[in-house]
Design a protein around this ligand. Structure first.
Ligand SMILES: [Zn+2]
Length: 245
């Protein structure tokens, strides 16, 4: 079921030129060649050996990137949210699942025909997956399509809603959404502290929400002034980065 979207995604990932540490490079290379190994036991050995060679913070992202390119598939987010990794045997799949879980990326298990799969269907988790492997453009596309969907959904639900009001809220949120989008695209968003990143994500995903509603979406909820304070910090951060560049 590898569609053109997944193919384009993988090509985009392979095109990323980056300075890579020796440890990461080795792991990426091993994962990219995983499917050229015929023997299942040998593939398991490569999976395990790679996971035992994680030396720096970028090793796991490279492991995941290689695994996605060699064994992964993703549906065009405009159609559905589905990302999967496919394995030839159950043991391989479970082995990979354990490694991902240990590194903070739990995935669900299933079987289709003679393939053993790990998958995620939650758009936020898919975004996280892309963010980990440095596919910020993909993460960005995904969030974009989600917003379009949400807006369409809202429009259907609120046929009689005051459009002018929506436009007003959208405009106020617009600048934040715009600069958060730019940070996602450039990948600088991952440099935000966790709390600010959560606010950035929520702002981006809920373009029509008021500051009060946005605060309630946080876990745990924060006040309206808390939201405002965080958004101000995000703007500061954005401006600081752009100043340096
Ligand atoms: Zn490394």
């Amino acid at each position: 079921m590898t569609g053109s979207y997944a193919k384009a995604a993988k090509e985009a990932l392979l095109e990323v030129t980056e300075k890579r540490k020796k440890c990461c490079n080795r792991i990426l290379t091993d994962m990219l060649s995983l499917n050229s190994i015929d023997d299942s036991e040998e593939r398991i050995n490569v999976l395990i050996a790679s996971s035992q060679h994680f030396k720096c913070a970028s090793c796991f992202p490279h492991f995941l990137k290689g695994l996605f390119i060699s064994s992964g598939n993703v549906t065009n987010p405009e159609k559905a949210y589905h990302l999967e990794l496919s394995f030839k045997t159950e043991v391989e799949r479970d082995c990979a699942m354990g490694i991902l879980e240990d590194n903070g990326l739990p995935m669900k298990r299933t079987k289709r025909k003679n393939r053993f799969l790990l998958y995620i269907k939650d758009s936020t988790q898919i975004e996280d997956f892309f963010a980990v492997i440095g596919a910020n453009r993909l993460a960005f596309d995904l969030m974009n399509s989600k917003i379009i969907r949400e807006m369409r959904g809202d429009a259907n639900r609120q046929m009689n809603c005051d459009m002018a009001n929506i436009k007003k809220t959208l405009k106020a949120a617009g600048r934040h959404v715009e600069l958060i989008g730019e940070m996602m695209e450039k990948g600088t968003i991952i440099r935000l502290p966790n709390d600010l990143r959560e606010t950035a994500r929520l702002r981006y995903e809920n373009t029509q929400a008021s500051m009060t509603d946005l605060g309630l979406l946080h876990n745990p909820p924060i006040s309206k002034s808390g939201v405002k304070h965080r958004l101000d910090k995000i703007v500061d951060f954005y401006e600081e980065i752009n100043h340096k560049e």
